[in-house]
Write a protein that binds this ligand. Sequence first.
Ligand SMILES: Cc1cc2nc3c(=O)[nH]c(=O)nc-3n(C[C@H](O)[C@H](O)[C@H](O)COP(=O)(O)O)c2cc1C
Length: 415
Amino acid sequence: MAEHTKVTVGVTGGVAAYKAVEVVRHLQDAGFDPHVVMTASAEKFLQPLTFSAITNHKVITSLWSEDAGAMGGELSGIEHINEAQTTAALIVVPATANILAKFAHGIADDFLTTMYLATTAPVIVAPAMNVAMWQHPATQANLATLRERGVTIVEPGSGYLACGMTGGGRLAEESAIVAAVAEVLAKHSSHTTNDLAGETLLVTAGGTREPIDPVRFIGNRSSGRMGYAIAQQARARGARVILVSAPTSLPAPEGVELLPVTTVEEMREAALKRLPEASMVVMAAAVSDYRVSEVSQQKLKRNGPRTLTLEPTADILREIVAARKPETLVVGFAAETENILDNGRAKLTRKGVDALVLNDVSGTTTGFDSERNAGWLLTVEETIELPESTKAVMADRILDKAVTLRSTRSHAAQS
Ligand SMILES: Cc1cc2nc3c(=O)[nH]c(=O)nc-3n(C[C@H](O)[C@H](O)[C@H](O)COP(=O)(O)O)c2cc1C
């Protein structure tokens, strides 16, 4: 999935139509280029102008616009076919009971329904309706049909509905809809792209351990899942991957060269040794900033208060940046709990990396030792939000950006 991927947002005639505006904004923040299609009923709730103003694209409202059959596209001159073939995903938000029924039964009587039949891109629907409409067996049967045909349903939540009732049928949160889009597209792209073929990725992962005595160490809560996800997705996209890993409980990703290490010094040695082979380096390991000055050779016994003297460890990221070939791209990671964006941008500059992934580790469902993650991807020019998603999806988003930055870096290195 490339940066600024075109996606089509279908807006239908429900009270939650106004929330589609926020979804479009969130999609833009997540790096997508949304184009909007509105049904006739949606126009009763919102003006197309709202969407054209924020997307900078014409909003499609009819199958029968003047240029519908005359649009000079590479793939087709017919507008709905062109839209169907050039979009990476169709997202319907909100999805009325009516649109679900039409999709399920193959009715094609306006632009959105005709485009739905004509597209092979993944389809994501976010239903919103009155609770009785939601629970109606007809609606539930239509949803089951769509699910079976591979449509992703972003389940509505429960709560107060505009019809005055409380219950199921309330549009899912905007962030959940955007996360579903990113997730579906990452899955789709990892099966179809080989855009890292010819690249060698050096990835660090896991949490280092600095010994205190023969049985104790200074460690951290990193599970290694983020770095392993990067290694796995990069391999799936055609890269050769060298994974320098501090201890984790994860199985070695298939097809990846695994180099197990324990301490910062071991990680430093292994990473610097293999650096000359790498065209991209992703430093996802949680590296201890300090180690014990004098490691006890014997197990320390309980004997009243004890003070451990700590000394700083090597700054591996900085050494990698200094020792890399000019065309080698370096992506760093930072875990922050406060002033996340300010601290991240300062670190990006201080370390001289091409991109920095900022992990928000203050959340309870994301970050360390979690299946999911959220944060930001900083480059010198951009701040890209990485909405909450699985670590595999986040890995793909990071790799998408790395592919773009890498081509810029190798051009700059050649000229
Ligand atoms: C004020 C009002 C609010 C509506 N809200 C919803 C809604 O939230 N969900 C829904 O499925 N239908 C809702 N409807 C009904 C749809 O607008 C109607 O089924 C329409 O045919 C949908 O057309 P579309 O799916 O082509 O946009 C609402 C209708 C009105 C008049």
